[in-house]
Design a protein around this ligand. Structure first.
Ligand code: GLP
Length: 243
């Protein structure tokens, strides 16, 4: 059962998401939160941090798990998801760096072991409560590209040409965008208790409409979200334009 909310701007949208994150942490100071990279959640992370500071919320015991990471760029690279999570999720929201994990594999051959270890860490933490998600123009979730198995777990994947070109804006050229990544699987993501999906801008409108109203199909991984009992969509008007 999905709820869809449309906002006039990304700031209001960010505040709405942040209110839910802060409420979750008030309710459970040891909450396990799921963090996404990308442009979509940045406003939510900054509003979350501002609210937490304003009320003196203790976030020292909050744990976090990121969705995905490229393979083949060093975690110290400014566009590695380790760096993005440190800057944008941890830095803006005000989480404790040592409490947040990002999947990591130095090469594709390490992904089976690294994926199993990441899954075990999530399980040991008691599972993810509220998970923040963005979506790709092709309907991907994390780096689960079209065709991904709905039961998939954290694993190595090959990025599509479309995803690499979408993410080229963060690099000097598309050739620098890694070809492979390690990502939580759709099965992993769907085990979170609640999913908050953020999409902004007209480039996402078709993917949003396909995910919410189109047929449920492996070709649009986000269309599988409707199998989850608690999904909330946070859209701006441009992203909602084709609904
Ligand atoms: C990226 C990430 C996804 C993200 C999506 C959209 O490549 N792996 O987790 O949700 O693409 O990114 P953005 O929010 O920048 O549009």
């Amino acid at each position: 059962v999905s709820a869809v909310e449309v906002f006039g701007g990304s700031e209001e949208l960010g505040v709405a998401v942040a209110e839910l994150m802060v409420a979750e942490i008030r309710r459970d100071p040891e909450a396990v939160v799921g963090l996404a990279t990308g442009s979509s959640p940045v406003a939510a992370y900054s509003a979350w941090g501002e609210m937490a500071r304003a009320e003196g919320l203790d976030q020292s015991r909050v744990r976090g798990f990121a969705l995905d990471e490229y393979i083949g760029i060093d975690p110290s690279h400014p566009e590695s998801f380790h760096a993005v999570v440190a800057r944008e999720a941890i830095g803006l929201a005000g989480l404790v760096p040592s409490q947040v994990r990002v999947p990591q594999a130095a090469s594709f051959s390490e992904t089976a072991a690294a994926g199993a270890e990441y899954e075990e860490a999530i399980r040991a933490a008691g599972g993810i409560g509220v998970q923040i998600l963005g979506i790709g123009r092709n309907g991907h979730l994390a780096f689960n590209e079209p065709g991904s198995d709905p039961d998939s777990r954290t694993r190595g994947v090959t990025l599509t040409a479309e995803t690499r070109s979408d993410n080229a804006r963060f690099f000097d050229s598309v050739d620098e965008v890694p070809e492979y990544a390690i990502t939580q699987g759709l099965g992993t993501i769907f085990e979170a208790r609640e999913l908050l999906v953020i999409a902004t801008g007209g480039a996402k409108a078709a993917a949003v409409a396909a995910a919410i109203q189109g047929p449920e199909t492996l070709d649009v991984p986000a269309s599988l979200l409707r199998r989850h009992p608690r999904v909330r969509w946070f859209l701006d008007e441009a992203a909602a334009a084709e609904l």
